[in-house]
Structure formats: structure tokens, C-alpha cells
Design a binder for this molecule. Structure first.
Ligand SMILES: [Ca+2]
Ligand SMILES: [Ca+2]
Ligand SMILES: [Ca+2]
Length: 269
């Protein structure tokens, strides 16, 4: 039934403006360059919704409800080299957001890699260890950034968002160029620099060809297996605005999923 008195042309215009306004609220979050949604539900391929950096899963993984479930022993995803992630550069800006639920969060013996790019000399990593999630990056050549390894608490069997940001960095270590964010809040703003090309391979759920942890461990491959679920990992070659990181890009809703909708990607789902 059509209520002309209530649905006036003016009201329609107002509704359209409201709609445009809510869309405009997402302007601060551009589409990622690479986005793994883990929504396949079958097979061994993890597709990139945007940049076509597709990965291959191996080990005892399973598919969940829009997630991939990692067994903490053998499940991992390997991604090929890509100019969007590691073979070009230097990367003066980068944001990586990972949405994950650990199921062995308090393990203090094994680092559990959620996301690994690069290797011992240059790279970044997000991992769970001893009740915390770490987000780290380093560039141990060219201008000698030893790296920063901030962390935030995580709870077992709960969904979390963790992110790192390299923001307007140069070929030198400067204050405030490396940030960690977790669950809607900035955890740390630390010295950092740009990431030069880092040819060692990218992994999810395990270390794929070397990484660096807070204790300098991390040499090798097919190790540091994550136990839990991953809902999404997205990579931007821009530094997301703090407002975007705080309000949306790293806020996990009570049901456990990311509250954000970035641009065309999620509106098309
Ligand atoms: Ca490589
Ligand atoms: Ca690696
Ligand atoms: Ca997902």
C-alpha cells in the first residue's frame, strides 16, 4: 500500500540523502589492494577478492561459516609473490587488518602466525603468543630498522581484529611511523620506516619462508601454526585514517564479525 501523505517526494529526497550520507561515511576506507575473505567454503584455494593474489591451503584445514579453520598443527595457506604485497616497493604506506578467533590463545610455547609477509631482513607479521596478539614490522637493511613488536591482549575463543599501519614512512627510522591497532583502539605508535621489497613468501596460518618474532625467533618455513579461525585479512598500500581504524576497520561486533563494510567489495556481496 502506498501512503502518499507519509512518503512525499520530500521524504524520498531526505531518504536518498540519508542513504548517500551513510555511504559517504565509508569514504575514509578505500577498497583494499588485497582481500582474503575465506568465504569459499570448499576446495583448497583462498581467493583474493580484489588483487588476484590467490593462495593455496594445505594441511588439516576446514571451512567454517565464512571462515577458514586452522588446526594449529599442519594447516596453512601459501600465497605467491605479488607486486601488491612484496616484490615492489619501497612501501611507504601499508595497512593490514586481520580478523581472527584464537582457540589456543594462551599457548606460551608456540607462536601462532595469522599473517606473515617477507622474511628475516624485511617483513611484517601478525601472530598470537601467550595471551596476546603481536603486530610487527622491520626493515633490517638499507636504513636498519630493527623492528617493533607491540602487542595487545586476546581472549581464547573470542573474535579479535588486529592491524598494523606503516604511515608516510621514509628511508629512515622516524617516530610514529609504525602503529598497531586492535579491537577498535590504537595500541601503539612507534618508530618505523618504509618496507623495501621483501621477496620471502607470504603465509597465513603459519610461517611461509621466514619471519621475525619479538624474541628474534622465526627462521624457517612450515612452522608456527595458528589454532583458530580466520574470517578475513585485507592489505592496503595506503595508511588508513585513524578515524577509520578506530571506528570501523578494527571493530569486531559482539557476534564476532567485522562491523565494517569497505566500499565496493562488501556492498557487492
Ligand atoms: Ca618469494
Ligand atoms: Ca615469510
Ligand atoms: Ca569471511
Amino acid at each position: 500500500m502506498f501512503y502518499r501523505s507519509k512518503w512525499s517526494p520530500l521524504a524520498a529526497v531526505a531518504a536518498a540523502l540519508l542513504w548517500a550520507g551513510s555511504a559517504a561515511a565509508g569514504v575514509g576506507i578505500p577498497d583494499p589492494d588485497v582481500s582474503w575473505l575465506f568465504d569459499e567454503g570448499e576446495g583448497d584455494m583462498v581467493g583474493d577478492s580484489i588483487g588476484e593474489v590467490h593462495g593455496t591451503a594445505s594441511g588439516d584445514y576446514a571451512w567454517g561459516n565464512g571462515t577458514m579453520i586452522f588446526d594449529g598443527v599442519s594447516a596453512g595457506v601459501k600465497f605467491p609473490d605479488s607486486p601488491l604485497i612484496n616484490t615492489t616497493g619501497p612501501f611507504m604506506n601499508r595497512t593490514v587488518v586481520a580478523i581472527f578467533k584464537p582457540t589456543d590463545a594462551n599457548n606460551s610455547e608456540t607462536k601462532q602466525v595469522v599473517f606473515d609477509e617477507g622474511g628475516r631482513t624485511r617483513g611484517a607479521v601478525i601472530y598470537v603468543f601467550d595471551g596476546h596478539v603481536y603486530a610487527a614490522a622491520w626493515n633490517r637493511a638499507e636504513y636498519q630498522w630493527a623492528g617493533e613488536f607491540p602487542m595487545a591482549p586476546v581472549r581464547n575463543n573470542q573474535w579479535h581484529a588486529a592491524a598494523f599501519v606503516i604511515r608516510d614512512a621514509i628511508n629512515a627510522v622516524e617516530d610514529g611511523r609504525f602503529e598497531m591497532w586492535a579491537d577498535g583502539e590504537m595500541v601503539a605508535s612507534l618508530p618505523g620506516g618504509q618496507l623495501f621489497a621483501h621477496g620471502d613468501d607470504t603465509g597465513v596460518g603459519h610461517t611461509n619462508q621466514n619471519t621475525v618474532f619479538h624474541d628474534d625467533d622465526g627462521t624457517g618455513t612450515n612452522r608456527d601454526y595458528f589454532a583458530g579461525e580466520i574470517d578475513e585479512i585485507s592489505v592496503w598500500n595506503v595508511a588508513l585514517l585513524p578515524e577509520a581504524l578506530m571506528q570501523r576497520a578494527t571493530s569486531v561486533d559482539p557476534a564476532g564479525k567485522l562491523a565494517l563494510q569497505w566500499g565496493s567489495l562488501k556492498s557487492d556481496r
